[in-house]
Design a protein around this ligand. Structure first.
Ligand code: GUN
Length: 299
């Protein structure tokens, strides 16, 4: 079998066009131009690229995409005060602190990432990392959905794939992808209705015994571990849907967490890397920024 390719790039551009249209409508109806401010601490090359891409995507959608650059020597206190200033600025609707924060930052002491993310005002928290937004998701009444898992839900929906009643195995328990992904697919009702929800979910991780056998039981396997090509063909059930969240640089190549050539012979549908999940994250960030602007004019 040769798997269908799930074209995240195409779906992302569809969503971006929809958000752009909704932004035009919102502004036509008298709303402010939505504004997203990304806070970039230090000079990590990958983070610089991500932030630049986010800012360009904002401009194309009619969103004011700003970047606040701070050097790695910035102190924890200064960073907290910067976020507080953005929280208090009515012209800023969404705030995003680009991760990872520099390891040797905060004058060599390292940043307390949790304290920083906790400081972002929940109504401006377009990453959905704050405890309030995580809690609302957990209770099945989300405000903002985290961008990467939400992008995956949209991709499944727009490719007419259902996970209701199926066994989904999520590999990786990060706060950004694995945990919220598992929660979203187990809910009764999702952002795209009941078909991209109601799954029986296993959240596997580095201490899972016999990971291969667990993965082999998956109707839908979602890999979010950050280990290049860790999921091999013999870990995939014939006909499974495979979603690869990994973006790993190996030499001058980008590879996913799934060994693509092996997996695509066994799966029924698979996301490529690049061009799969990656582009959806930014599309959903634009969606959240517009939502943030709408919520703030109501509050
Ligand atoms: N770094 C990698 N992914 C993300 C993300 O989704 N949000 C932020 N803020 N930083 C990231």
């Amino acid at each position: 079998m040769t798997a269908d390719l799930l074209d995240g790039k195409r779906v992302a551009s569809e969503i971006r066009a929809e958000v752009a249209e909704k932004v035009r409508q919102f502004v036509r109806d008298g709303g402010p131009q939505p504004c997203l401010t990304a806070v970039l601490v230090g000079e990590d090359p990958a983070s610089q690229v991500y932030v630049r891409n986010k800012s360009r995507a904002c401009e194309k959608a009619g969103i004011d995409g700003r970047t606040l650059r701070l050097d790695a020597e910035t102190s924890q206190q200064e960073l907290l005060e910067t976020i507080q200033t953005l929280n208090d600025d009515p012209g800023v609707h969404g705030i995003l602190v680009q991760l990872p924060l520099p390891v040797g930052g905060n004058q060599g002491k390292g940043f307390d990432e949790r304290a920083i993310l906790d400081t972002v005002a929940p109504l401006k928290d377009v990453d959905a990392f704050s405890p309030v937004n995580v809690g609302l998701l957990m209770q099945g009444r989300p405000r903002f959905l985290p961008c990467t898992p939400h992008g995956i839900v949209q991709l499944l929906h727009r490719c007419n794939l259902s996970v209701a009643g199926k066994h989904v195995v999520v590999v990786g328990r990060s706060d950004i992808v694995g945990k919220p992904m598992a929660m979203m697919l187990a809910q009764r009702d999702g952002s795209c209705g009941s078909e991209i929800a109601n799954a029986t979910v296993t959240l596997a991780h580095s201490r899972t015994a016999d990971l291969k056998s667990v993965c082999k039981t998956a109707d839908c396997l979602i890999a979010a571990v950050g280990v290049p090509e860790m999921i091999r063909g013999d870990m995939i059930r014939e006909g499974a849907i495979v979603i690869d969240v990994g973006i790993n640089r190996v030499g001058d190549k980008l590879v996913g967490d799934v060994a693509f050539d092996e997996a695509s012979k066994i799966a029924s549908a698979i996301t490529p890397v690049p061009g799969g999940v990656g582009p959806l994250t930014i599309a959903m960030l634009l969606h959240n920024t517009l939502l943030a602007a709408k919520l703030q004019i109501q509050s």
